[in-house]
Design a protein around this ligand. Sequence first.
Ligand SMILES: Nc1ncnc2c1ncn2[C@@H]1O[C@H](COP(=O)(O)OP(=O)(O)OP(=O)(O)O)[C@@H](O)[C@H]1O
Ligand SMILES: [Mg+2]
Length: 129
Amino acid sequence: MAAIQWQAKEFSKRTEIPCLFCCDSEDIPLDADLASAIFRIFQEILTNISKHAGASNVKVKLSENDGWVFLEAIDNGRGIRESDMNKPGSFGIRGMRERCQQLGGNLYANGIPEKETCVIIQIPVNGKE
Ligand SMILES: Nc1ncnc2c1ncn2[C@@H]1O[C@H](COP(=O)(O)OP(=O)(O)OP(=O)(O)O)[C@@H](O)[C@H]1O
Ligand SMILES: [Mg+2]
């Protein structure tokens, strides 16, 4: 959790885009491999926001519920389109989704044109059953 929060802060410093972090539990105990997978996925989500979104604000929420850990990032940029996710030369989202699926979870990305993009990852806390 501290690492995600740190990353959000570094992102704000670097890009001058405010990035609000919130978490609804005290701490979420995670296996080190899972924690670092989430850290790397979050890195790519932020890279995409700085490269593509043209956003002026980002909100990040980390939460745990019923054996799942969720990371949600919403930016107020131009909004990802369905067709963006299948661009032939783009591997970021595809790679993140595959990584989530390997871990027994998934990634959802949804955009509202000229309003926002929401990316949610959901992974079981105890790894793949
Ligand atoms: N936060 C965002 N807001 C708006 N568009 C986005 C956002 N994130 C991704 N996109 C769009 O989705 C496309 C695919 O993203 P993806 O991360 O898969 O590839 P990429 O960033 O173009 O290349 P790379 O393989 O280096 O990650 C982007 O090219 C961009 O058009
Ligand atoms: Mg990318």
